[in-house]
Design a protein around this ligand. Structure first.
Ligand code: AMP
Ligand code: ZN
Length: 502
């Protein structure tokens, strides 16, 4: 296995280019304090299961984290958990998403946050995402958020109304560029917003909540200088990124849909409090779409990771392994949209299995003398150049398939590689396939999940046979026993499916 140190020497000599959403340019990555890199990624709001769109964003940043680490940077990767303050809509209206879910499930809000944080971690580990270095929660940082509000108030850029605090966008924009990240123009934004209806506490519709007053029935509330309440959604990321990464740090990431208003407001809060920009490189992952439309829970246009893993009909045609799904996502550049369809997923599944087989075959291959026309140095340079070009995983994968051709030729003995070429090829496959793309099937959970799938398919087939023979006793016994193990079988037109109840 190649040592990371040996690789650093090669890779660090070449520059890494990153597309910065703030400058809208691809530029050389120069960390503020090398070899240290601070990276903050907006994490999930833990009020329900993550869908495949959310998962895509976390896989994209996992790839970025892995490549930065492979280049030798000492990365502090901070990804938050939003467990309070995210209201149902961006206009600071509606119920808190977690409180609402708690009401529906008749649980404590903290039970909801814990339940879906656990699920989130399970899913991410199944999909081979390395956990962040720090995973702070919004509820664990109320004091820091109150301090940040006080700093903004002291600059005269926020105001209090009836126990709530709002950020004064219009006043901020007099001396700062509100819209610097999203490219939105404040005049157009102002003309595009509805008029305040007199009931509204805001001076201006563009203003956003830093703190919301909570009435006594509200469980998620904390004392503050302005009375009991809870923080606004944008605030937590500003407070926690500054706390763990400093007043200016290297990379801030999240999905493209967070550029506005979330990240724009983060910049405004930070500039208002500290008088400087928070982040050097903003990176935004593009959306996973379904039927050409952004995958989204609120629109009902979504697929869950376990729908694919279990092959839940009618949308999903067969079970897919987490690694095939990860590979499917990595076949697209993080900055491009990707549409989820069974055709595309099926093709990715086949391609992944071919690549995986080649990687296995490579370990059996011995050096020989019928040398293949393969410039190993050029190939390793091409792999490295792909990742250095804004983490271009599709180009890296195309290069890995160039190696597949050679591996196949070596396997059928029509060509061979000499000892040194073979050693370099093995080291780099190890590096790119396992460490950088994270396609390691022996990782915990992946093998178990495939095994569980296989066993469940067998059980469903046996039950189907029993039902065809009108052996209701056996078929009911299978269903009831599984139910006692918290596995529910659903019978539908397309056949039977299973799911684990939590
Ligand atoms: P949320 O839990 O809604 O705050 O979302 C968590 C992360 O998933 C954020 O970075 C979002 O930008 C991202 N996200 C949401 N929908 C999609 C999608 N369809 N494709 C890719 N990323 C998404
Ligand atoms: Zn955030």
């Amino acid at each position: 296995m190649i040592s990371i140190e040996a690789f650093i020497f090669v890779a660090m000599s070449d520059k890494l280019y990153i597309y910065n959403s703030l400058t809208r340019e691809k530029t050389v990555f120069e960390p503020l304090n090398p070899p240290f890199v601070g990276m903050y990624v907006c994490g999930p709001t833990v009020y329900n299961e993550v869908h495949l769109g959310n998962l895509r964003t976390f896989i994209s940043f996992d790839l970025i984290y892995r490549w930065l680490t492979a280049r030798g940077y000492k990365v502090r990767y901070v990804r938050n958990i939003t467990d309070v303050g995210h209201l149902e809509n961006d206009a600071d209206e509606g119920e808190d998403k977690i409180s609402k879910r708690a009401r529906l499930e008749q649980l404590e809000p903290m039970e909801i946050a814990q339940k879906y944080s656990n699920r989130f971690h399970e899913v991410l580990s199944l999909f081979r995402c390395i956990p962040p270095s720090i995973e702070p929660t919004a509820t664990g940082h109320i004091i820091e958020q109150i301090e940040l509000i006080q700093a903004i108030l002291s600059k005269g850029l926020a105001y209090e109304v009836n126990g709530s605090i709002y950020f004064d966008v219009k006043k901020y924009a007099e001396h700062n560029h509100y819209g610097i990240l999203s490219g939105r123009n404040i005049e157009e934004l102002l003309s595009g917003t509805r008029n305040l209806d007199g009931q509204d506490e805001k001076r201006n519709p563009l203003d956003f909540a830093l703190w919301k007053k909570a009435d006594p029935s509200h469980i998620m509330r904390w004392p503050s200088p302005w009375g009991n309440g809870f923080p606004g959604w944008h605030l937590e990321c500003s407070a926690m990124s500054t706390k763990y990464l400093g007043t200016t740090f290297d990379i801030h990431g999240g999905g493209m849909d967070l550029k506005f208003p979330h990240h724009e407001c983060e910049i405004a809060q930070h500039c208002a409090a500290h008088g400087s920009m928070p982040v050097k490189y903003w990176i935004h992952g593009n959306m996973l779409t379904l039927n050409g439309k952004k995958m989204s829970k609120s629109d009902g246009n979504f697929v869950l990771p376990f729908d694919l893993i279990n092959g839940t009909p009618p949308l999903v045609d067969k079970p897919y392994s987490p690694l095939s799904i990860r590979f499917f996502m990595l076949q697209a550049h993080y900055g491009s949209t990707l549409d989820l369809s069974m055709e595309a997923l099926g093709a990715a599944d086949k391609a992944f299995k071919r690549l995986q087989q080649s990687v296995k075959d490579l370990s059996e291959i011995q050096p020989g003398d019928t040398l293949a026309d393969f410039d190993i140095g050029k190939w390793t340079d091409a792999c490295q150049a792909a990742m250095n070009d804004d983490f271009n995983s599709p180009v890296l994968i195309a290069n890995l398939f160039e190696a597949v051709k050679i591996i196949n030729a070596c396997k059928d003995k029509s060509k061979s590689l000499d000892k040194q070429q073979l050693a370099i090829l093995k080291e780099h496959i190890q590096l790119y396939f396992y460490q950088v793309l994270g396609l390691d099937e022996t990782a915990s959970g992946v093998v178990e999940s495939e095994m569980m799938n296989g066993i469940m398919q067998l059980i469903l087939e046996l039950r189907k046979t029993a039902r065809e023979q009108k052996d209701w006793k056996t078929s009911d016994k299978i269903r009831d026993t599984l139910q006692s193990l918290k596995i529910t079988i659903k019978d539908g037109k397309e056949g039977s499916t299973w799911q684990i109840n939590n």
